[in-house]
Design a protein around this ligand. Structure first.
Ligand code: PLP
Length: 457
């Protein structure tokens, strides 16, 4: 069969409240054109993030009922620990309430002032946690990774030449760890190849530097390897995951992504002394090492999720639905980050709304238009998020790219929802010349995109 179907049927539904364009105009104005300020019930298709927004399976809900809420040594913890070890192969597992809690524990123990941490591209919480320790977060993705229209099968790869150069410049003793983010979220959910992982691991270990994965979308990355990398066509996703993680010394993970759960995360290592320090800090800030800030039922839901995410029919559907959205809008001439990544489609708003200068936030204008057109909530990743107003200046220094991210929650929407998205995006594209830019009327001193207020220019 040619048609790829959702490999599940629906047992429980969550109604979507329909709204009219006129209602949405009132709602958006009241929110000062900031989509974070909307009530979720005023959104028809919510693509703000794929983090914690997926649907759990009937097996996960059954596992929730089995959750053991004992403070120490619960059965849920045993099942969670066993599954994490079976999938990732590390010796020590430290549960946390989210990915960033794992990052905070890892970097506060491994990094000190003046250190440098290379990554293909740091996710924003990762960068913030590195910098909070007084260390420098350096992004070393291959050059193709930064060009939206460039086609490359593994656009998330780390530039190994640049890595060697950085190690020579700062000295391996000032690099406490090297990270690889799979898939590379910030630059389009682009995968990293096994060959690249192997090469980075060889460089890291030659200099005695530990290699860590930011493992949030490990299963999507493994499936891209199966589809695109020579020699992996016949391997199972589980085998590919085992090989990927065999090259690493540890990982951080947000279970809100490929854990198929609504909350949770963990940190892994093979180093006993490090694990002890991490557990000590965990007790101080997250909880006892057999629950780490999670309820027993969450641990059980994640344990089942980590097994389900490796099913190839799930991954086939997952990548196909993201690709379907990307291909159907790109075919109409809408510029997107190519090729479609695993968890999201990124529209190049600078190219699409070329009449709007970056100082008038084309990404934010497009995100607002998508909401007005069809109740879609997306995320600006451009000059609102990364632009900066220098002291005394009135206009922002723009960001490198003006993107609008459409992140696809896991197992939550069907193909007709995606068809609706395609129709809405094309309709906005057709009247793009009439779209105006935006101006900020209020902004917070940092992380302004969460709370900023806007007006149309
Ligand atoms: C989401 C994410 C994180 C942080 O995880 P949280 O659970 O949101 O704290 C870190 N790295 C990447 C690549 C992510 O996508």
């Amino acid at each position: 069969m040619q048609t790829i179907i959702e490999p599940f049927r629906i047992k429980s539904i969550e109604p979507i409240r329909m709204t009219t364009r006129q209602e949405r105009e009132t709602i958006l104005r009241a929110a000062h054109y900031n989509l974070f300020a909307l009530s979720a019930e005023d959104v028809l298709i919510d693509l703000l993030t794929d983090s914690g927004t997926g649907a759990m399976s009937s097996e996960q809900w059954a596992a929730v009922m089995r959750g053991d809420e004992s403070y120490a040594g619960s059965a849920s913890w045993k099942r969670f620990e066993k599954m994490v070890k079976a999938v990732f192969g590390f010796e020590f597992v430290i549960p946390t309430h989210q990915g960033r809690a794992a990052e905070r524990i890892l970097f506060s123990i491994m990094c000190k002032e003046g250190d440098t941490v290379p990554n293909n591209t740091h996710f924003d919480t990762t960068r913030a946690n590195v910098e909070y320790q007084g260390a420098m977060a350096i992004d070393l993705v291959i050059p193709e990774g930064k060009v939206p229209e460039a086609i490359h099968p593994f656009k998330g790869n780390l530039d190994t030449g640049a890595l060697e150069q950085l190690i020579a410049e700062v000295g391996p003793e000032h690099i406490p760890l090297i990270m690889i983010t799979v898939t590379n979220n910030s630059l389009g959910g682009q995968p990293v190849s096994m060959a690249n992982i192997r090469e980075v691991a060889a460089i890291a270990h030659r200099h005695d530097i530990p290699l860590y994965f930011d493992a949030c979308r490990f299963a999507e990355n493994a499936f891209f390897i199966k589809l695109r990398e020579e020699g992996y066509e016949e391997k199972t996703v589980k085998e590919i995951v085992t090989e990927m993680f065999s090259y690493a010394d540890g990982c951080t993970m947000s279970a809100k992504k490929d854990g198929l759960a609504n909350i949770g995360g963990f940190l892994c290592t093979n180093d006993a002394a490090l694990a002890q320090q991490e557990k000590d800090l965990l007790i101080l800030t997250e909880g006892f090492p057999t629950y780490g800030g999670l309820a027993g039922r969450d641990l059980d839901a994640i344990a089942v999720g980590l097994e389900e995410v490796l099913h190839e029919d799930y991954l086939t559907y997952r990548l196909a639905s993201t690709r379907y959205l990307g291909e159907h809008i790109a075919r109409e001439g809408i510029p997107i980050v190519q090729p479609p990544g695993g968890h999201a489609i990124y529209i190049d708003a600078r190219a699409m709304l070329s009449h709007i200068p970056p100082q008038q936030y084309p990404g934010q204008a497009l995100a607002c238009e998508l909401y007005l057109e069809a109740g879609i909530r997306s995320l600006e990743i451009g000059s609102v998020m990364f632009g900066k107003t220098e002291a005394g200046g009135v206009e922002d220094t723009p960001a490198e790219m003006e993107l609008v991210r459409l992140a696809i929650p896991r197992r939550a929407y069907t193909q007709s929802h995606v068809d609706y998205l395609v129709e809405a995006i094309i309709s906005v594209f057709e009247r793009r010349q009439d779209i105006r830019g935006m101006k900020l009327t209020w902004q917070a001193p940092y992380l302004r995109h969460f709370t900023a207020k806007y007006e149309w220019v």
